[in-house]
Design a protein around this ligand. Structure first.
Ligand code: CU
Ligand code: CU
Length: 288
């Protein structure tokens, strides 16, 4: 039986409490920091050499789908009733709406040092010390809405712009492509300033603090954000029946992207799984 991932804005008090407790247990067991490490390892961008499997690449979606499953399995070892909720940032758009409540992820960082001081992941609660990070701070930080240079979360119509593109991805399969569902959703733009961050990327900017870099997994909102991104892939597939993950075959030796992107039937590091095998996960989970 497939389990259900729910909208964070509709969770009951009990569901929120059990989710938070399971996250803290995964952290206590050391499994959470392993996931932060994995994400950091796969953060290199298309300015660097080698295979890109997690970001700025077609496999952005299957990579994070598999990564979420890893986290969800850890959660469900702690409490088998728990699944990863999703944050619908087209609807819950303020600094005080879901998921920023004291009974779920806690609120914004304080102005002085951006430290999150409310909710279960506040440092002073004693359960959430950042151990694997890109800064020296051992407390969680957020700057919701980016106080000094405000920007808005992506809107429904900005998300719709990505969803209506019938092609999964196009050459050169990186952060510069202006067509294709994948980069319109991942959100690398060509302009300057906040206009150059779309959908997925804009949300990382809007949350700020730890969500800005390769160690973004340190903020539990990472999972809620990526569950919603994952849901968009599912919606896109339903809308464009028969549309598949691209590229179907690896770019040839003369192609600049040779050896740099994962094709449909190639393995997706660090796992022994292909994008093809991750296109339909309906037997594992579904969204409500
Ligand atoms: Cu990522
Ligand atoms: Cu992300």
């Amino acid at each position: 039986m497939a389990y259900v991932r729910r909208d964070a804005g509709t969770l009951t008090r009990t569901e929120k409490r059990r989710f938070v407790k399971a996250v803290l247990e995964v952290k206590r067991r050391g499994e959470y920091d392993e996931l932060v490490r994995t994400h950091l390892t796969y953060f290199p961008s298309d300015g660097e050499r080698g295979l890109r499997s997690a970001h700025m690449a077609p496999s952005f979606l299957p990579w994070h789908r598999r990564f979420l499953l890893e986290f969800e399995r850890a959660l469900r070892r702690a409490d088998s009733s728990v699944t990863v909720p999703y944050w619908d940032w087209t609807r819950d758009r303020t600094k005080t709406s879901a998921p920023w409540t004291a009974d779920l992820l806690g609120g914004n960082g304080r102005p002085s040092d951006r430290q999150v001081t409310t909710g279960p992941f506040a440092h002073r609660e004693g359960h959430w010390t950042i151990k694997v990070g890109v800064t020296d701070e051992d407390f969680l930080t957020r700057d919701l809405g980016r106080a000094r240079d405000p920007l808005d979360l992506p809107t429904k119509s900005e998300l719709e712009w990505a969803l209506k593109d019938p092609v999964y991805d196009v050459a050169p399969w990186d952060s510069t492509v202006t067509r294709g569902f994948r980069n319109k959703l991942e959100g690398w733009g060509t302009g300057r300033g906040s206009a150059s961050w779309y959908n997925h990327n804009r949300v990382h900017r809007w949350v700020g603090g730890d969500m800005l870099g390769g160690a973004s997994v340190n903020d539990p909102v990472f999972w809620l954000h990526h569950a919603f991104v994952d849901l968009q892939w599912y919606r896109w597939q339903r809308r464009h029946r028969g549309a598949r993950y691209l590229p179907a075959t690896p770019p040839g030796p003369a192609d600049r992207q040779h050896g740099r992107v994962v094709a449909r039937h190639q393995k997706l590091p660090p796992w022994d799984v292909t994008p093809d095998a991750l296109e339909d996960v309906g037997r594992i989970y579904r969204y409500a």
